[in-house]
Design a protein around this ligand. Sequence first.
Ligand code: C5P
Length: 233
Amino acid sequence: MNDPKIIIALDYSTAAPALALAERLQPELCRLKVGKELFTAAGPAVLEKLMQHGFEIFLDLKFHDIPNTTAQACKAAAELGVWMVNVHALGGRKMLTAAADAIVNASKPPKLIAVTMLTSMAQEDLADIGIQATPAEMVLRLATLTRNCGLSGVVCSAQEAAMLRKNCGTEFILVTPGIRPAQASLDDQSRVMSPQAALQAGSNYLVIGRPITQASDPLQALLNINKEIGVVL
Ligand code: C5P
């Protein structure tokens, strides 16, 4: 089956530009990520329209709540028919297990992945909330917990991909943002990696936003990246 590696982040405040971009892309070449901003503004209706165009959706809502509430939210996401959904690993073992159990019986269970530590959290931010471990130690600890609770993988920085691939096995899905193709602007990202380097480090899927969404020809930008990683359709 065709398994596009690129997930395009639809970071928009309304449905119109998201749908306009989708019109210019092709589902054989990418998947689409809908996050908190677009989903809060446009709701399930925008997912439905994107799916009508044939796109598979990563619903990036990072659920983090008591086990029952998180489980019911994941079940609701599964009922919407999304391809991937996520939770915060910091919700702990009971929450992660409840989330995984809640989607097993869906007619088409989405891939359930977890956010380990937000990459915006540096050492001093962890200390502020009483965590003495380093960000890298926390990422490994939370990824291991995620895997042991039966989830499919984690969102991680490409810098962490090799370490997680080594420790969490070949089947564990690694989804990495912070990707910048050759010659693309860094925007507000700092520690970036090229698409090819991220895949070589062990990443399975690359979340890419502005290098495609802000391009004058988004389809061409996507085709160029697919070419860079050796995907030719
Ligand atoms: O435009 P850009 O390629 O930077 O978009 C990256 C996407 O990945 C955005 O939706 C951003 O919120 C998300 N993301 C990120 N870094 C993380 C986690 C998610 O850039 N650590």
